[in-house]
Design a protein around this ligand. Structure first.
Ligand code: DGL
Length: 276
């Protein structure tokens, strides 16, 4: 085992939503130390132009490199879609995104290879999920839908309300019964945004039992484990450390995290990201 194996895994998101991915990583890899960075000051990324998201992600990757991480997970779907390929070429630290693991999860779940992707405006515009699914299975049918109301709803703590259910129905309904077809058009819904797993009950209720609902957190953590194992970089014995950092007012980050997850984060450090 090399010294590098003891370094933390970096987890990047536009805000608090990536804590869903961090949670799964910690569940699957309890020996690993982690450093989480949420760019809360500039969240949401979803409606921003791709070039802006790329620049923000670049800044974040430089920050992780300066922190000495052995691997960085871009937990944000919008940042993965806009920036993964470019920052991978530029960064000294290896980087994993959530889009390919999400696409793999959807294909594994889908019997008919008919997948509906729900994501932010930026992710949908990039077409990253459609490409990733078709790279893995060129026969697959993929439709996608931007759901701009859902992130603000989750952040406001309105998951589980009739309003959230109505919004999910508005977005998902057309993917299930386009043109009045009775059988669902898609047999799998891929939740391509950090916040949507927090509306899983709404998605499941609207989709019904014939449609599977999947997200990328489990398969991303699996991909992290596989890549670290293959490079003999899994952490050994010892006490893992976990750090949570955010740009902007730390109090706001903690508040949103509490609203969404219903629990207090131990400590959040404020950081500033440097421009070019
Ligand atoms: N983290 C973003 C994503 O997964 C959602 C929140 C945002 O728009 O910044 O696409």
């Amino acid at each position: 085992m090399s010294q590098r194996s003891g370094l933390p895994i970096g987890v990047f998101d536009s805000g608090v939503g990536g804590l869903t991915v961090l949670r799964e990583l910690r569940r699957q890899l309890p020996a690993e130390s982690t450093v989480y960075l949420g760019d809360e000051a500039r969240m949401p990324y979803g409606p921003r132009p791709a070039a802006e998201v790329l620049e923000f992600t670049r800044q974040a990757m430089r920050w992780f490199a300066s922190r000495g991480c052995k691997l960085v997970v871009i937990a944000c779907n919008t940042a993965t879609s806009a920036a993964l390929e470019a920052v991978r070429d530029e960064s000294a630290v290896p980087i994993i995104g959530v889009v390919r693991p999400g696409a793999a999860a959807a294909l594994a779940a889908s019997a008919r290879r008919a997948i509906g992707v729900l994501a932010t405006v930026g992710t949908v515009r990039s077409g990253a999920y459609v490409r990733a699914v078709r790279d893995l299975d060129p026969f697959a049918d993929v439709v996608q839908r931007a759901c701009p109301k859902l992130v603000p709803l989750v952040e406001a703590g309105r998951a589980g309300t009739p309003e959230a259910l109505a919004a999910v129905r508005e977005y998902v309904g057309p993917l299930l019964s386009e043109g009045g077809v009775v059988t669902p058009v898609v047999d799998t819904l891929l939740l391509g945004c950090t916040h949507y797993p927090l509306l899983r009950e709404e998605f499941a209720a609207v989709a019904g039992p014939a449609v599977r609902v999947v997200d990328s957190a489990t398969t991303t953590a699996l991909a992290v484990r596989e890549v670290l194992a293959s490079h003999r970089l899994l952490a050994g014995e010892g006490r893992p450390t976990h750090e949570v950092c955010a740009t902007g007012p730390v109090a706001r980050f903690r508040d949103v995290a509490r609203t969404i997850f219903g629990e207090d984060l131990p400590e959040v450090s404020g950081v500033a990201l440097a421009g070019p």
